[in-house]
Design a protein around this ligand. Structure first.
Ligand code: COA
Length: 383
């Protein structure tokens, strides 16, 4: 019996031209600036939907009826509280730890308290996904309060994901406008094709490891400034610039040095990032309402300069650009921005992990070896 020769591998640095998985959750057309969740455009979802409804949509591949949404929301809220023991763990983390390191560690620790941590199959995995999504806000808010020397606030199961997070963070129920601002950011970040962190999660899942390990892998990948860390860098940049009259010089100097302007450019979007469209309008409103209009105006000026200087390269604002102003305006600390992204993207990561298991094949690309061959082994005494 002869074994068919596999096709010769191709070299595709960064995997930009390689498709390794199928998904029914989000569709991206980077050239046209389109993003859809299960066929519904992101702009409509940002304007009309809620984060909870979008998670249901992504995980069930259909919009829920009212009873379905109520029941899903109820199950989420029933799991807001952390398992006993987790609060002690939060208090054992050094107060000066970076929140993303803390979040990665705490999500990993959640598995220690979950009797189903290693349970396989669609239903246990769906339950774990729901619990992780529901409990992540308490991890982030709990760590933030602890590091500031404040008492940890218990979740309120009568509140939405966004409101409950802000309640646990600030110890006060947010206004409807502020809660909606966070809700919109959560909707916009929930899923985005096979981005770096989602790919990382699927690689871990493809080894038949567990969902906690896959999400921990994803959080570590999200943390990088070329991925989820960019929203923090945007805020650092806005603070560095300081005022509207300094924008032109700052941007031009950076571009002359060939430095990147954070919050611009995207591997797949070579048109306006569709997630930034509504967020831009929204950021204006939220920043005006909260006395932060100067930040928005600086952002608009940067956008104009970038349009004049580099739009020909297909460099436009991405979702991180206006989410920075929005998060700052609703009172979220700079070093929590990437945690906000993670809190939402757990929906996408978990959904992809379940999809990976539907027709799993170990993801294992190759590397082109460029080192030497046929080298002699030299005894240590003679090196
Ligand atoms: N500011 C200025 N120029 C930029 C730029 C930015 N943010 N992003 C890309 N460019 C330029 C590059 O310098 C390059 O120019 P050149 O062809 O003259 O050398 C060209 O655009 C293509 O860039 P490239 O690095 O090949 O694009 P990529 O697809 O590999 O990178 C990003 C995509 C996201 C990594 C990149 O745009 C970036 O670093 N952006 C800033 C970080 C950020 O906001 N990340 C969040 C993504 S949601």
């Amino acid at each position: 019996m002869s074994i068919a020769t596999p096709p010769a591998p191709i070299f595709d640095k960064g995997l930009a031209n390689t498709i390794v998985a199928e998904t029914q959750m989000s569709f991206i057309d980077g050239g046209k600036g389109v993003l859809e969740y299960v066929g519904i455009d992101i702009d409509s979802l940002a304007r009309k939907s809620t984060f909870e409804e979008c998670v249901y949509l992504l995980w069930n591949r259909k919009l829920p009826t009212t009873p379905e949404l109520n029941s899903f929301t109820e199950s989420l809220r029933a799991h807001y509280a952390l398992p006993p023991g987790m609060t002690d763990l939060i208090r054992s983390i050094p107060r000066d730890a970076t929140p993303m390191h803390a979040l990665r560690t705490l999500i990993s620790a959640l598995s220690l308290f979950d009797p189903e941590a290693d349970a396989e199959g669609e239903e246990p995995n769906a339950r774990k996904a729901l619990r992780m999504l529901a409990q992540t806000p308490a991890l982030i808010a709990g760590f933030d309060r602890y590091r500031k020397g404040k008492s940890i606030v218990e979740p309120d199961p009568t509140l939405s994901m966004a409101s409950n997070f802000l309640w646990m963070l600030n110890g006060a129920v947010p206004t409807a406008a502020v809660a909606r601002a966070l809700d919109v950011c959560l909707i916009l970040h929930a899923d985005h094709g096979l981005n770096a962190s989602t790919f990382a999660a699927r690689v871990t899942m493809s080894t038949l490891s567990d969902l906690y390990s896959a999400i921990v892998t994803a959080i570590g990948t999200l943390k990088g400034p070329l991925h989820g860390g960019a929203n923090e860098e945007v805020m650092v940049m806005l603070k560095e610039i300081g005022s509207l009259d300094r924008v032109e010089d700052y941007v031009m100097e950076r571009l002359a040095r060939k430095d990147r302007i954070m919050g611009f450019g995207h591997r797949v979007y070579k048109a306006f990032d569709p997630r930034a469209t509504y967020l831009k309008t929204f950021a204006r409103q939220v920043s005006a309402d909260t006395g932060n209009l100067a930040l928005y105006e600086m952002s608009r000026r940067i956008e104009d300069i970038m349009a004049r200087e580099v739009a020909a390269k297909g460099i436009y604002p991405n979702v991180d650009f206006y989410s920075a102003t929005t998060y700052h305006s609703i009172g979220i600390d700079l070093d929590l921005f990437t945690c906000m992204f993670a809190m939402s993207r757990i929906a996408g990561w978990a959904g992809h992990c379940l999809e990976q298991l539907e027709g799993n094949r170990l993801i294992r690309p190759g590397a082109a070896y460029i080192g030497p061959h046929a080298q002699p082994y030299i005894d240590i005494a003679n090196r």
